[in-house]
Ligand binder design. Structure first.
Ligand SMILES: C[S@@+](CC[C@H](N)C(=O)[O-])C[C@H]1O[C@@H](n2cnc3c(N)ncnc32)[C@H](O)[C@@H]1O
Length: 231
């Protein structure tokens, strides 16, 4: 995890708070990804870049049999531990490195919610996901929508570069802006099979929380989420 991508310290604390209630995380990305997950009862789930454990908590509530979270930021991992107690196994690990501590074919479902675009070593990470998912297992990935990045950062739609998005006044999120062709190309090139693609819009619960952002997600896609199968 580079210093630039790090959600350490105060930045992690602020993200954890935001992810609990924000229109974008709690009411747009998360419901869409959990809908894509479908029936998870009894499933062995791997949550990569698990943040403050919001997904893990929901997946356990939905009946997942075992949840393993992996996260690089100590402050977010602390928030995840507080949220989950001993209901999930949590590892501190840099996703730029192989997942050597996880066994072959040991998961039915893996998810990376708003994490993939932070990673440099994406081909290695996808190869590791192929290894730890059972044949026929599911991978869910969400990311920033390429047209949203294009609208915000300008320049060429086809630019593939690290960008910096201001966060919380004093911080910035650093991530890879990439085209739809590149995002899907990398996943399919790693051998995954696309099953479903969605451009999530905020759920009605978000409307009274933040009308401007709610309406924005209904006019301009903010995220992209895909469901893939490991052959
Ligand atoms: C936008 S947050 C999403 C968190 C969580 N998936 C959610 O949706 O609530 C991105 C997460 O990816 C983690 N992350 C980014 N790069 C990482 C890396 N190289 N190794 C481990 N975690 C990383 C961050 O610490 C952060 O928790």
């Amino acid at each position: 995890m580079t210093a630039e991508t790090a959600y350490h310290g105060e930045m992690g604390r602020q993200f954890a708070l935001q992810a609990t209630t924000s229109v974008y995380n709690a009411h747009t990305d998360r419901p869409a990804m959990l809908k894509l997950a479908g029936d998870v009862s009894g499933s062995r789930v791997l949550d990569l870049g698990c943040g403050a454990g919001h997904y893990a908590a929901e997946l356990l509530r939905m009946g997942a049999g075992r949840v393993v979270g992996v996260e690089g930021s100590e402050s977010l991992l602390r928030a995840a531990r507080e949220r989950l107690g001993d209901r999930a196994v949590l590892h501190r690990h840099d996703l730029e490195e192989p997942l050597s501590f996880l066994s072959d074919q040991s998961f039915d479902l893996a998810l990376m919610a708003l994490v993939y675009h932070h990673i440099d070593q994406r081909a290695q990470l996808l190869a590791e996901l192929r290894r730890v998912l059972r044949p026929g297992g599911t991978l869910l990935v969400s990311t920033t929508h390429p047209t949203s990045d294009w609208t915000y950062f300008g320049g060429s739609y086809f630019a593939a570069e690290r960008v910096r998005l201001p966060f919380g006044g004093e911080f910035a999120l650093s991530y890879w802006r990439m085209t739809l062709e590149q995002f899907l190309g990398e996943l399919l090139g790693a051998g995954f099979v696309l099953e479903e693609l969605t451009e999530p819009r905020a759920t009605p619960q978000a409307e009274p929380i933040d009308l401007r952002r709610y309406e924005k997600t209904h006019q301009q896609p903010h995220f992209l989420a895909v469901k893939l199968r490991s052959p």
